[in-house]
Structure formats: C-alpha cells, structure tokens
Ligand binder design. Structure first.
Ligand SMILES: N[C@@H](CCC[C@H](N)C(=O)O)C(=O)O
Length: 362
C-alpha cells in the first residue's frame, strides 16, 4: 500500500497552521498506510517500507476548511479527524453518506495501534440518522470489537458534527447508538453536556451471571477474582460496567496503588460477564467527589471513560456512598455527572477537543 498524499493541520488555537505533504515514490508495504503531523510536526508512518520524499508547505488556517478536507473523495483514502475527551482518543470518520462503516473492524484495529498505526482508543463513524434521529454513531474499540456506546466518544462526535456543519455556539443533536437515543448539547463554553439516558440494572440485561441481590440488580455482590473477593455493583449504560470500591471487608480502595494491567483483564474476561466488561476501580474522596481508574473492554487502561463515570455514580448512589451529583476525577481530568431523580436520566458534562487531521490509505 502506498502513501500518496497526506494533509494535516495543527489545531493549537493560537498557531493554526496547515501542512500539506506530498509523498512520492513510495514502495508498496502493508495493507494499511497512513501519515500525519502532530503539533510538533513529527511525521509518523505505519509502514517501515515507506520511503517518503516529502515536500512541505505551510498555509494559513484561513485557507483551511475541515469540512472540505474531509469532503475529498479519493478512492482508497480515508480522511479523518482525531479528537479526545480527557485523553480518551478517537479517530472520527465522516460516514454521513452511508450506513456502512467506511473501514472494517480489522482496519480500525490497525489504525488504533499506537506503534504501527495512528494510535487511538477507538474509531467512531458519524452516520445517517435512523427513526427520525439527526445522526447515528457507531464505534469500534482499539481491538476491533464493537461496543454499544461511548460517553467520551459522543462528546467528540458532537464537536465533530459542529465542525462538519460549520455550527457555532449552543447546539444539540439526537443520536442513535447501540444504547438507544443519546442527546449531546454543545454549551457556550465548548463543553458538551450529554443526556446519557437511563441506567440498566437488571443482571441479565447488564449482562452478568452474578445473581441479582437487590431486586434484580447486582449491588455489592461478591466477585472472586484470582482467589480474592471483591465487592462489585454491575450497571449497564448500554455497555456493561462492573464497579468496585474495594475488596470484601477491605479498606476503601487507593486507586493509584492498583496494578491495572494485571487485574484489569481478569475482570474483563471473568466468566460472570458473558459480553466481557468494562471495570471501574473507585476511591471515594467525599460524597460528591470520586476518583476512578478504568480498564476498558476492548481497549485496556484508558485515560477516561464517560459511560464508566456515569455507571460508577449510579453504583455509588446504590451503595449509599455518594450523592446523585458528583465530580469524577479520571486520569485524564474531571467529568461532572448527575443522576437525576426526576427522570432517572444521567447527565454527563465534559470537554472534547480536535487534535489533528490525517489521511490513511486503505
Ligand atoms: N471510553 C468509552 C467506552 C468505550 C466502549 C467500551 N470500551 C466498551 O467496550 O464498552 C466511554 O467513554 O464511554
């Protein structure tokens, strides 16, 4: 596969510059090649066999239009924008002209690879709406699997749509996802507040094989992992979450002390979770301030998980540890979460930022 042309932009607000790179005489290589410039203008390529003779030329931001960059329709080229929500990073694809994702799950996994690809926690497709919604969102995790929902991703999605449609200021969208209807609203300050819908608590719908112990919900149940008993509550936000505040009879967790790469996969692949699970390890700082680290299904340790932050506030309320409105500290920064009594919906507010534009040859 060859890299023919790469166009990217730094989106640092004060120093927006576009770099166009035209690479020639490229040898054929693996099945997926791509390139991009980050803020530091450092070239990265998936293919070691690419010998790029590149000429660069910088133009001003005024001449650059994200929508027209993404509108280019060369066959076999995928133009994308990379966004992140508190360091949970995604490759956003303008897929509004088709209900089929532009790349396969295998290609998504390659793009997400942090050494041999662009690097991301997932690929998100902005697609036509269904049943009267404005848009549909699909996402592939970095391992290529397809989850139902992504909280940080949906904030990025909203900002991506605003950029594509050239919308300024406050805007909200109805988005069809695997978890049903989700409604993000871009605020005046650029943050995105999302109506994440209602939590699912019934054990078999989470899904978990752990028996319901509070009605049909699994609250402070015992889960044996590697011979040790953990106290867990299971909540689905469309995607499954297992939340723990510590071991049975143990002290409050100190999340910084956890060996996440060791313990995380043991929860993810535990036999009690037939669809695997995301796991949130939570430390209670006060009734309105929680701190968490997450091991995500299909993505491993990430810097933030929006659905996870929502799920853990529900778990904390059900366990009597916190109030319905909390600040949740994630490794990448804070999210504001509220589980409203009036409508049983969860509202998440946080940032989403574009970090660069790039192209991949498929
Ligand atoms: N990081 C996301 C969740 C992405 C999906 C998850 N890995 C799963 O498989 O369920 C978020 O912000 O919610």
């Amino acid at each position: 596969m060859e890299i023919a042309a790469i166009s990217t932009v730094s989106v640092a607000p004060q120093s927006r510059r576009v770099l166009n790179v035209f690479s020639r005489n490229l040898g054929s290589a693996s099945s997926l090649s791509f390139g991009f410039f980050q803020k530091e203008y450092c070239f990265k390529s998936a293919s070691l066999r690419v010998s790029a003779a590149a000429s660069m030329d910088a133009v001003t931001a005024e001449k650059f239009s994200p929508a027209s960059f993404l509108d280019k329709k060369e066959t076999g080229v995928l133009h994308f924008v990379k966004y992140h929500g508190l360091g949970n990073d995604f490759i956003l694809v303008d897929n509004r002209d088709s209900s089929e994702p532009k790349i396969t799950q295998e290609q998504a996994a390659k793009l997400c690879d942090r050494n041999f690809g662009v690097g991301a926690d997932g690929v998100i497709f902005a697609m036509p709406g269904v049943n009267g919604t404005d848009y549909s969102m699909r996402i592939f995790n970095s391992d290529g699997s397809e989850p139902e929902m992504c909280g940080n991703g949906v904030r990025c999605f909203a900002r991506f749509i605003a950029e594509l449609e050239n919308l300024q200021g406050k805007h909200s969208f109805t988005i069809h996802t695997g978890a049903g209807l989700i409604v993000p609203e871009i605020q005046d300050d650029g943050q995105v507040k999302v109506d994440m819908g209602t939590p699912i608590l019934k054990a078999q719908d989470v899904p978990t094989k752990l028996p319901g112990n509070k009605g049909e919900a699994v609250v402070q149940a015992e889960l044996v992992v590697d011979g040790e008993s953990w106290n867990v509550t299971c909540v689905s936000m469309g995607n499954p979450h297992c939340i723990t505040f510590g071991k049975k009879g143990g002290l409050n967790l100190k999340v910084d002390d956890l060996n996440l790469p060791e313990i995380g996969p043991k929860f993810e692949h535990h036999e009690m979770f037939p669809a695997r699970t995301n796991t949130e390890f939570v430390e209670v700082l006060s009734r309105s301030h929680l701190k968490m680290r997450v091991w995500e299904r299909g993505a491993g340790a990430t810097l933030a998980c929006g659905t996870g932050a929502c799920a853990l506030v529900v778990a904390a309320v059900l366990e009597g540890r916190a109030d319905r409105k909390c600040m949740v500290d994630l490794p990448g920064g804070p999210l504001e979460i509220e589980w409203k009594q009036e409508d049983n919906h969860i509202y998440m507010t946080g940032p989403a930022e574009a970090v660069f534009y790039g192209s991949a040859l498929l």
